[in-house]
Design a protein around this ligand. Sequence first.
Ligand SMILES: Cc1ncc(C[n+]2csc(CCOP(=O)(O)OP(=O)(O)O)c2C)c(N)n1
Length: 532
Amino acid sequence: MTTVREASFDLFRELGITTMFGNPGSTELPMLADFPADFRYVLGLQEAVVVGMADGFAQASGQTAIANLHTAPGVGNAMGAIFNAQANHSPVLVTAGQQARAQITLQANLTNRDAIRMPHPLVKWSYEPARAEDVPLALAHGAHLASLPPKGPTFVSLPMDDWYAEVEEADAREAIARRVNGRAAADPAAIRVLADRVDGAANPVMVAGPDIDAAGAWEEAIALAERQRLPVWATPATGGGRLGFPENHPNFRGVLPPAIGPIGQTLEGHDLILVVGSSVFPYYPHIPGPLLPEGARLVAITSDPDEAARAPMGDALVADVKLTLAALLADAPESSRPALEPNPGPREIPPADPLDSSTVHSALKEVFPEDGIVVLESPASTLALRNQLRLSRPGSYYFSAGGGLGFGLAASVGVQLAQPDRPVVCVLGEGSAQYAITAFWTAAAYKVPVTFLVLRNEEYAILKWFAEVEQVAGAPGLDLPALDVAAVAEGYGIEATRAGDRDAVRGALEKALASSRPELVEVPVAPGMSLF
Ligand SMILES: Cc1ncc(C[n+]2csc(CCOP(=O)(O)OP(=O)(O)O)c2C)c(N)n1
C-alpha cells in the first residue's frame, strides 16, 4: 500500500511536473505536508497570478504545469486567468482543495459546493474524484487531457482528507507509468490535395499563427514559405499569443488587422490563403466586409477541432501543425512563381519629445539580446513593439490570446522560470500591470530576473481608441492619473528606475537586462496609440 499523496507526487515526477504554482489555504495544507525536496513550490499572492504564472511556465517549457488554488474563492479569483489559459492553448492542471469529505454535504466553511461546475466553461474537463483512492488517477486524467490537442486547462477538486488515504501500490503504478502522445498526422491524401492546391495557385499567401511555435514548427513553416515563395502575414495580434514566423524574414509582410473587412482588404489579390496554427480568424472589433477577397479560397491547418469547425469560411485540416507542414513539404515542389520583394524592415523612429512608445521600443530594440523573450501587455503599443523588434526566434513572444489583462506580468515570471537562460522583458501598460500586481512580489522573492518595462501614459489609451471606433463619446473611467507603478513595485521588493528620455531608457534597460534580479524601468510616454 502507498498513500494518495505519495502516489500523486510520483505521478507528477513521472510527468516531469516538479514546479507547483500555488496559493495555499487550510484545505491545501495536507497536500503540501512534508513537501518533497525535489519539488519547487512557487507562491503567488493571489490566484489569478498563480494561474498566470503557470500559464507562462507551461507555454515556455512545453510541459503541463500545475496551479494549486484555495477552494471556491481561489478558483473564483483565478477565473480570468483560466479563461486566458484556455485561449492560449496552455496545458495547465488546475487543482483546488476542498472541505473534508465528511463535511461537504453539511457544507462546512469553505466547502466548494459545486466544485465541478464552477470553472466548467473555461476548462476542458472538471472533476472531483468519487473516492479518495481515485485521486492519483483523476490527476493523471487531468494532466494528460491538458496536454492533448487542443491543449488547455483542466480542473480537479481535491477533498483535503484524501491525501492520507491508502491506495493499492500496483494500481497506482499502472496509473502513473503511462505516456499519452497526442501528435496526430494528417490524412496523406488530404496532404497531396493541399500541396497541389498551394503549388497550383497563382498567388498564394500564408498566415502564420501561434500553434506553429507551440508545435515547434518554425523550420517547417520557413521552408514551406521559401520553397513555395509564399508571402507570410502573422495572424492578428489579438489572437497571436505566440509568433509562428520570423518577423525579419524577407517573406514576412506584417501583422494582419483584427477585423473582418480589413483582413479581406489586406489579403486582396491572393487566390489561396493558407492559415497555419491559428483560428480563422481572431477577430475583435466588428468591422464588417467580405470574409475573403474576391476569388480567394482558404485552407486552415489546426490541431484544434473547434477552431476547424467554427471557422466562418474555408476548408480545414485537423492535425498536428509540425507533422502536417513536414508532410506538405515532402509533397510540395519548388515553386516557379517569381521571387518576392523583400520586406523593408522596421521604420526609423525620429526623436520625439515627449517620448512616445515607438521611441521607447526603438531603444529597447537596440539593447534587446539575441535570445531575448518578450512578454507583452501594453495594448496601445502592441503593434509598435512588433514592428520595431521584429522578433525572429522561436519561443520569443508571449501575449494573451484571450485578451484578459493580468496575463503579462504573471506569465513573465512563469516564462522566466521555465527559460532561466534567456533574458525575459515584460512590457506593460501601467493599467495592465494592476491586474497581476502581486506577481512583482514573486519575482522579487524568488529572484526571477525579469526586466519589466512599464509605459506610463496616464490613461487607458486603447479604450480611447476603441471609443472612436465605436463612436462612443463621453465615456468615464478612461484616465489613470498618478498611478506610480515604480513605487508600487518597490514596495514588493523590485528595484525600479524612472527614465525620462531615450538615452536614459536605453541605459536603464541595459542595466536591468544585465542584472540577476528583477528590475523595473518606468517611462512616461505620450498618450495615444503607437503603430510603428
Ligand atoms: C480583465 C480585463 N479587464 C478589463 C479589460 C479592458 N481593457 C482592455 S485594454 C485596457 C487598458 C489597459 O491600460 P494600459 O495597460 O495602461 O494600456 P494602454 O491602453 O494605455 O496602452 C482595459 C482596461 C481587459 N481587457 N481585461
